[in-house]
Every structure is written in C-alpha cells, then in structure tokens.
Design a protein around this ligand. Structure first.
Ligand SMILES: [Zn+2]
Length: 223
C-alpha cells in the first residue's frame, strides 16, 4: 500500500498562498469570511474573524438590532444540522463549530454592555479597573449595606437599575466619540451597579420585609 497518500487537514499545501484560508477538502484558496468553499462548496472551519464580520455587519459600535437578528437567523438557517445530515462527519463537525461561533458572536453584539467590552478589546484598549471608586456606586453600596428592611433594598435596586440603564447609554456614547477615558470610567460604574444589583437579593434575604407575615416572626411587630 505504498501508493496511499494519507490525508492530513493540517498539511499546508503548496498551491494555497494563505494556509489559513485554504479549503480543507480541495486545498484551494478562499476568502477569510467564506462559510463555504467557493470552489467545491464544502463548509469551512471557523476562521479568526471578528464578531461583526462573523455576522456580515459593518464594524460599528451602533448596530441595527433588527439587522443583527436577521443576519443571525439567516446564518442559523444556513447552518441548520438538517442540511448536513447527508454530509460527512468532517462537514457536520465544522457546521456545528460554525453554529457555536455565530452564537457567541451574536450574544456578544446583542448585549450593549458585552458589545462595549468587546469594542474595547477590538481597539486594543485595556480596561483599567483600578480607578478610584465611583461615588454613585459607593453611595448605593453603603445604602445597601446599611439597609434595615427589604423595602430599602428594593429602593437601592431601583436606583441602581435606573443608573445602569443610563450608564450603558453613556458608555456607548463615549465609545462612539472615542473618548476612551470616559468610556473606561463608565464601564467601571456599570460594573459596580451590576454587582450591587447582584448583591441586593442576598441582602434582601437576610432581612424580614414588610411583605412577610408577622405571624410566627421572632421579632415584635412594629406599631
Ligand atoms: Zn474546496
């Protein structure tokens, strides 16, 4: 069996200039974004492209969510496992990997906060989390820590929720204006507010709220 040529998908073929974009079946060159080989039609492995390119969108901080949803749905339809049942194991595996990559890209871009973090990373900006604590976050944290009733926790949650909504808008605006320093400060604020919202529930559980029945309570009811 000396004439058997072993197939190895990791072999770099001589006639494909960029190894990263060679088709794993026919070994011909493709564009980095191509889901399917333009020569033989085989599905391609997941290439290292950014989330915007993955969903065939322009790279912008402001994205049209309707367009994003449409691109996602259409890609998922194209990559539907049903379409690959008659294909080989290799193609089925690559289709599954492509679906995963599309899903991750979609989740990253769909959420404004995740998109903002991703935007920082794309522009090679490090987030300096060591900056002095945000006054609003400190105030709310203090309010939560000293809350004596569940209703006070709810008030903190409400304030933090509203501030978070505004914070995300401010963050996107700062990124739009390429004001990295302000964006960094906004991101720290937003992170702090999120952590407060996460803490509200556990704090609330340690307090007896007005909505709980007084009957059987070890504490005397307030008059
Ligand atoms: Zn091919």
């Amino acid at each position: 069996m000396d004439n058997v040529i072993e197939f190895n998908e990791f072999t770099v073929p001589a006639h494909c200039s960029n190894a990263e974009t060679c088709c794993w079946i026919c070994q011909k060159g493709n564009s980095l974004r191509a889901l399917f080989c333009q020569h033989c039609g085989a599905i391609q492995p997941v290439r290292s492209i950014d989330a915007f390119a993955r969903l065939a969108l322009d790279r912008r901080i402001d994205i049209d969510l309707e367009v994003l949803d449409r691109q996602y749905t259409s890609l998922m339809r194209t990559l539907d496992p049903e379409r690959f049942v008659i294909r080989g194991l290799g193609e089925r595996n690559y289709a599954a990997k492509q679906r995963e990559a599309v899903e991750v890209a979609y989740q990253t871009l769909r959420d404004p906060l995740k998109r903002s973090r991703y935007w920082f990373a794309l522009h090679k900006k490090d987030i300096e989390e060591t900056e002095a604590t945000n006054p609003l976050v400190s105030e709310l944290r203090y309010e939560l820590d000293s809350a004596a009733a569940a209703s006070q926790c709810d008030r903190v949650a409400q304030k933090a929720g509203q501030a978070l909504e505004q914070g995300v808008m401010g963050l996107i605006q700062a990124l739009r204006g390429q004001n990295w320093q302000l964006a960094n400060a906004m991101l720290i604020e937003v992170d702090g507010l999120e952590s407060i919202l996460n803490n509200v529930r556990s704090r609330r559980e340690t307090l007896s709220g007005p909505d709980q029945p007084a009957e059987g309570s070890p504490y005397p009811s307030l008059k």
